[in-house]
Design a protein. Structure first.
Length: 550
């Protein structure tokens, strides 16, 4: 086919990952395909253009790739009016962040129509193109008699809009105009969610209703799960490095722990979480409540490869309470150590397989209201003592809770090993924690070819931290979700509100023993530096009492 396709994207100049992804587009897309890249003008713009412009020139000598550096008046007014709106910590309410995509789509559409093009492709800037794509591949995905092509999610409450194709001659132009209008009029703020994917679905419903039929091409119809991009027909050519697969690495690939930022998402959609909360509110026999401050210590057994029940046994024999995450429970029970409690957070149905044990009734069960109610029923059927708690996960679950529960939401922590600290600290007032099995990595090099769908299970990273007065680095084999937990634990350690003792080899063991050692060493250095700074100086009066030197 002749070239009737334009492709567009945008990304914040402050992010580094496009340096890895955009060159793969320039190398693998058709050389005559029009590419449009929207950049927000900021102090990092020169740095971005330093690598982007040479990469574009290397692609082709003809002008087929354009960079937009300026905002239209409507966008400037929108940003000025809404700079304080939204919640950057919850992508569903991050109003301003997703507006950049909407305005770039409209500018790109105008540019494409001026050149007589029929289709506009949107591709998120965190997508890597793995092999050459020609027009015959796009031909299979085009919405020829439809308004747009998209990636639907049957198991999530909004589509995956990292890849879209709009038919500009058959409703796509009107669709993009409607999308932009919902933002410039703030109509989006009347919806439960404010990001472009949710708004895309609402406009899609409008178009289908007006046409009396489905006028959209869904490339992922019937595909289960959340990460449909990597299970779609696109996976042969592309990899979507979204969510916790993006890390703030330096030019040499080293990740500074102080700069580590990992975003997480719930592992099931919000409707499932809300349904679980509703059902558990009916069947939960009792709920955890705030207790008085006390001086008791607690052990948390995580399920890392270094977990050794014999190292925990002395604490058990002293009567110190032990809390286990679900994967560690069987290991402890089989070793003759009965934990005081087991903490559950995971909302998926398979958790019920972890709670079936002859000694389950000897353990207290702290069960999040978002946990599958079938798990609660299995525990109750075994005669277990079950206590519910509410974990805030941004699924609007608080709207379902009784008013008296709202001040007892347990915040923070993407996994049980971190959310459990928040629960035990906030609700049950423990202030001294002994952490075992907090490796958050493989202690030996795993099979790096293993994949879940089209995504590698394991990643190799080099972490950097401060150890006394010098920087130190270590290589780890880990996962994106583990790095999110590293970030959360680092924040706990830096708070200084509670005492942590981390067990494991800091030199050859897991990430958290190493991080804990580095942080303690850094604090000692700062303390020594402060002591030296002040202890070696004379007092104000003694200094001036000395005779002046002429």
């Amino acid at each position: 086919m002749t070239n009737k396709i334009a492709l567009c994207t945008t990304f914040p100049n402050a992010l580094d990952y496009p340096q890895q992804t955009i060159p793969t587009w320039l190398a693998n897309l058709p050389k005559d395909m029009l590419m449009l890249i929207g950049l927000d003008p900021c102090q990092n713009l020169p740095k971005t253009e330093q690598w982007l412009i040479p990469a574009i020139k290397e692609r082709t000598e003809t002008e087929t790739c354009f960079i937009s550096r300026n905002f239209q008046e409507e966008q400037i007014e929108f940003l000025k009016r809404n700079k304080e709106k939204g919640n950057p910590k919850d992508y569903r309410l991050d109003y301003v962040r997703f507006s950049f995509k909407v305005f770039t789509l409209e500018q790109s559409m105008i540019f494409a129509l001026e050149r007589g093009l029929d289709y506009l492709v949107w591709l998120d800037a965190d997508v890597m193109i793995k092999k050459p794509l020609d027009y015959s591949h796009f031909e299979k995905w085009l919405p020829k008699d439809k308004v747009a092509t998209y990636l639907g999610r049957k198991d999530w409450d909004h589509s995956e809009c990292g890849f879209m194709i709009f038919n500009l001659k058959n409703g796509g132009k009107e669709f993009i105009a409607r999308l932009k209008n919902m933002y410039v009029t703030d109509e989006v703020l009347t919806l439960p969610q404010w990001h472009d994917s949710y708004v895309f679905d609402r406009i899609r419903d409008e178009f289908n209703s007006a046409n009396g039929k489905d006028v959209f091409n869904n490339l992922t119809s019937g595909i289960p799960g959340r990460d449909v991009f990597d299970d779609s027909v696109l996976k042969e050519f592309m990899e979507h490095k979204k969510g916790n697969r993006k890390f703030a690495a330096k030019d040499n690939g080293v990740i500074d722990l102080n700069q580590l930022v990992v975003k997480t998402q719930n592992c099931v959609n919000h409707e499932i979480i809300q349904k679980n909360v509703t059902e558990n509110l009916k069947i939960m026999p009792q709920w955890l409540d705030l207790v008085k401050p006390h001086a008791e210590e607690i052990v948390i057994a995580n399920a890392g490869p270094s977990l050794n029940p014999e190292e925990i046994r002395p604490f058990y024999e002293k009567g110190i309470k032990i809390a286990a995450v679900k994967h560690a429970l069987g290991t402890l029970l089989d070793a003759g150590i009965t934990p005081w409690a087991c903490i559950l957070l995971d909302p998926r149905e398979h958790v019920k397989d972890f709670v079936k044990h002859p000694k389950a009734k000897d353990v207290l069960w702290f069960v999040a209201s978002m946990v599958d109610p079938e798990v609660t029923k299995v525990l109750l059927a075994q005669g277990c003592r079950v206590y519910g708690y509410h974990a805030y996960v941004g699924a609007e679950e608080h709207k379902l809770m009784p008013k008296e529960h709202l001040d007892k939401l347990v915040m923070g922590g993407s996994a049980t090993c971190t959310r459990g600290i928040g629960l035990l600290r906030g609700m049950l007032k423990f202030k001294t924690f002994h952490l075992f099995g907090y490796d958050l990595c493989s202690l030996e090099k795993p099979d790096m070819t293993l994949k879940k769908g089209d995504r590698p299970i394991w990643i190799e990273v080099v972490l950097e931290s401060q150890d006394y007065d010098k920087k130190v680095k270590r290589k780890f084999f880990t996962k994106g979700e583990f790095l999110a937990q590293v970030q959360e634990l680092r924040n706990f350690f830096n708070e200084g509100l509670i005492k942590f003792e981390v067990y494991g080899d800091p030199e050859k063991g897991g990430i958290i023993p190493w991080v804990s050692k580095c942080l303690k060493s850094e604090k000692k250095f700062l303390k020594d530096k402060k002591k030296e700074l002040y202890d070696t100086k004379k007092s104000l009066n003694s200094f001036f009492s000395e005779k002046s030197k002429v």
